[in-house]
Every structure is written in structure tokens, then in C-alpha cells.
Write a protein that binds this ligand. Sequence first.
Ligand code: NAG
Ligand code: NAG
Length: 363
Amino acid sequence: MGLGLVMIIVVAATLAAAEACPPSDRAALMAFKAALHEPHLGIFNSWTGTDCCKNWYGVSCDQGTRRVADINLRGESEDPIFERAHRTGYMTGYISPAICKLPRLSSITIADWKGITGVIPQCITALPFLRILDLIGNKIGGPIPVGIGRLRRLTVLNIADNLISGPIPASITNLSSLMHLDLRNNRISGGLPRDFHRLGMLSRALLSRNQISGTIPPSISSIYRLADLDLSLNRLEGPIPESLGKMAVLATLNLDGNMVSGNIPASLMNSAIGNLNLSRNKLEGRIPNVFGPRSYFTVLDLSYNKLTGPIPKSISSASYIGHMDLSHNQLCGPIPAGSPFDHLEASSFTYNACLCGKPLKAC
Ligand SMILES: *[C@@H]1O[C@H](CO)[C@@H](O)[C@H](O)[C@H]1NC(C)=O
Ligand SMILES: *[C@@H]1O[C@H](CO)[C@@H](O)[C@H](O)[C@H]1NC(C)=O
């Protein structure tokens, strides 16, 4: 063999080695795949060959380190693989702890496969670079890993629409980078962590449809960026903290379907909140007479409570009220006239003590 040819072979071998992903990453992916069964689309058919960074469906690597950085497997997607099959994804099996042997993972999305069971591997909390954990729309059970707070870089935690049970671990409040928390539609119980407000970067906290109990910690209102707080359909009780109405960017506050009691804080009626659902609680007393130009509601739903007294006159001075529902309370008196809610139908006011005037019958 000529020296030139040897050189070429050596260079080619070196390049190939540089191209291939580390055998340990490949082995971890193969073990991850072995625990899953995807019968219709063949999404794992491309997981062959030595270079797991090259054309493996849903796998991407860091350009510099050539380590696996993202696993992105969505069961509902525009990808041609789905269009060809004319169906959404379905996958069974479980998430193997082998996934934890990919130490450079920064994002894990295994979403909307409907049939994946098992638990969230505890060891996931030892992935130091993890930024996104999105497991929405499976049948994953068991608890949120107790050490979740170790994931200091986590910005998105989405485990909605699963069968997750147990409490929200106290350590979650150590996730100082967390921006998006979605735990909706699980079986999570216990209270909200007292120091929930330590999640200082949080902008969306979606916890509806669980079995969360206890009271709403007033300190939540110190989360400056919080824009969307959805605690609906849980078992929360006690008062609504007045401070929630003083938050800078809180636009949606859903507390419907709990056992929240006491008066409606006046601050909620002229705040940044445009989407307020307090329906189906145990709220009593009067609707605060503090509406003004700052009151702009796409939704204002106070139905199914024990509210008494009149509809406040100031409501006529609100900028806009799109959908309002005051039905199923004990309100009494004339319905104020005003452009913000000229368009409302009788159903917004029915089942009260003695409301009268348009759109109900004349007083
Ligand atoms: C939060 O992190 C600190 C520092 O690492 C640690 O001492 C503390 O135990 C953690 N808190 C929880 C509730 O895990
Ligand atoms: C408010 O919450 C109730 C109870 O959960 C729900 O039935 C209703 O549709 C919600 N209102 C709006 C306008 O979304």
C-alpha cells in the first residue's frame, strides 16, 4: 500500500469517527427505543447505523460536542411521516431510565403519544443541562420526581394530560429558571408549595384539573412576570388574595371549580386581568363597585357563587366586557345599562334573587 493511500484511509477513518456519535449515546438511545412500541408510523426505522447524530428521526446533537442534545418526538405533527400515514401518533411502552445516560440532553419532548405508560424516571433530575421536559398527552403515572428542583436550567416543565399523582415536590421552588409550568389534567394532590413565589421567572402556571388543596399563597403575587395563573377545577379553599389584582402582567386568572370563599377582592375588578373565571366557588358578599376604564374583560365569569347585593353601577364605566356570566347567585336589583355589556343575553343574569331590567323583564 502506498503511503498516500494509508494517509487517505487514516484521514477517512478519523473523519468517520468524528462524524459518529459517541457509542455510549448510541447505546442509550437504543435502550430508550427498546422500551417503546410505535406500531403505525415507523418513526424509529431511521434509528440505524453508527451515527445517531445523522438522520435519526427526532434526535439532534450539539454541533460542537457531537453529543445528543435533543429528543423531539411528537405524536401530533405536520411532519410528512404523519401526512403519509393519515393519522396521529400512537405509542406504548415506557420512558426508559436509559435516557439519563445522555448527559448532554437539553431538551426531551415525548408528547401526545396517548399510550405511553410507566413513570418519569427519577434519574432525569441528574441531567444537568436539561432545559425542556415536555411529556404532555401520554398515560404516565407515578409522582413528579422528588428531586426535580435539581434541574437548575429547566425553563419548561410540561407533564399535562397524564396520570401523574402525589404532591408537587417542595424542591420545585428551586427551579429558578422555570418560565412555563403545565401540570394540567393529572391527579396531583396536596398543597401549593408555600414558597411558590421563588419561581421568579414563571410566566405561565397551569395547574387546573388536579386535586390540589389548601389555600392560595398570597406571595404568588410577587412573581413579577406571571401572566397566566390557572388553578381551576381543584380543591382550593380560603380567600382569594387581594394582591393578585395588583400584579403587573397577570392577564388570566382562573380559579373556577374550587371551594374558594370570602369576598371578591376589589383589586380584581380594575386590574390587568382580562380573563377572570371565579365560577363555581363559595364566594359571598357584593361584587365590588370599583369598575373603571381600566376594567377590560374578555371573560368575567362569577356564576355559581353566593354573591348578594346589586350589580354595581360602576360596571357601566368598564372599557369592555365580552362574555359576562353572573347567573346562579343571589343578586338583586336593576341591571345597569351601558355599552360595555349591551350585547349580553338573559342567560348571563338568570337564576338570581331578583335582578330585573334589560335583558330580563322590566323592573
Ligand atoms: C434548594 O436548593 C438548595 C441549594 O442547593 C438546597 O439546600 C435545598 O435543600 C433545596 N430545596 C429543596 C426544597 O429541595
Ligand atoms: C368558567 O368556569 C366554569 C367552571 O369550570 C366553566 O364551566 C365555564 O365555561 C368557564 N367560563 C368561561 C367563560 O370559560
